[in-house]
Ligand binder design. Structure first.
Ligand SMILES: [Zn+2]
Length: 197
């Protein structure tokens, strides 16, 4: 058994959790009787992620401006596909097919300033307390950074559960969502590149 798995109850009846950590905090979106799923055995080798075998197999490379709200020659900022419950959920990716670890130095040097621009453009909406910026990459190998905005004052939505709350709360109306995309796109374009929303 792998050294990282030996302590885990794979395939066994899950042990009840004690409510410490996030499930015991006010930021956890659920209450009542919750049951942990049975942990499935590892799948090795793991199935390839989208684009893992190169740009020819990559959905992002096939249509880099899918859902774009802003872009320039090297980067695209897009929406997540439809209205969200939280004010904004956006993704930033390079046009070129790279994962984070193999991002060339010139693109790597542009990344943090661009992340700052996106965060500031979302804050410029007003009423935003925080913008969470994350790279996960379990679905696609073409690097994409998530920007998820928390509305000011909703203290229960702090932290890593924000994305769970976004999935379970009612979505904002389509016209509100489109106005948010437009505002962020215009703010971004004021610093260079082209607005598409
Ligand atoms: Zn790609």
């Amino acid at each position: 058994m792998d050294r990282f798995l030996a302590h885990l109850p794979i395939g066994a009846e899950p042990v009840p959790f004690d409510g410490s950590g996030i499930p015991g905090w006010e930021i956890f979106p659920f209450e009542g009787d919750l049951r942990i799923k049975t942990l499935e055995p590892p799948v090795l080798p793991e199935p390839p992620r989208d684009g893992e075998e190169g740009p020819d197999t990559c959905r992002t490379c096939a249509d880099p401006e899918r859902g774009a709200i802003w872009s320039d020659e090297r980067w695209v900022l897009r929406h997540a596909g439809g209205p969200t419950a939280v004010p904004a959920v956006l993704l930033l990716w390079p046009r070129a097919h790279h994962d984070f670890a193999d991002l060339p130095p010139d693109l790597a040097a542009e990344l943090v300033p661009l992340q700052q621009r996106v965060e500031k453009a979302i804050h410029a909406l007003g009423g935003i307390a925080r913008v969470h910026i994350t790279k996960v990459g379990d679905g696609a190998s073409h690097m994409h950074w998530w920007f998820v905005a928390r509305p000011e004052g909703l203290m229960q939505l702090r932290g890593s559960c924000l994305v769970l709350w976004d999935d379970i709360l009612p979505r904002q109306p389509e016209d509100t969502w489109r106005a948010v995309l437009h505002a962020v796109a215009e703010t971004m374009a004021a610093g260079g590149g082209t607005a598409h929303a």
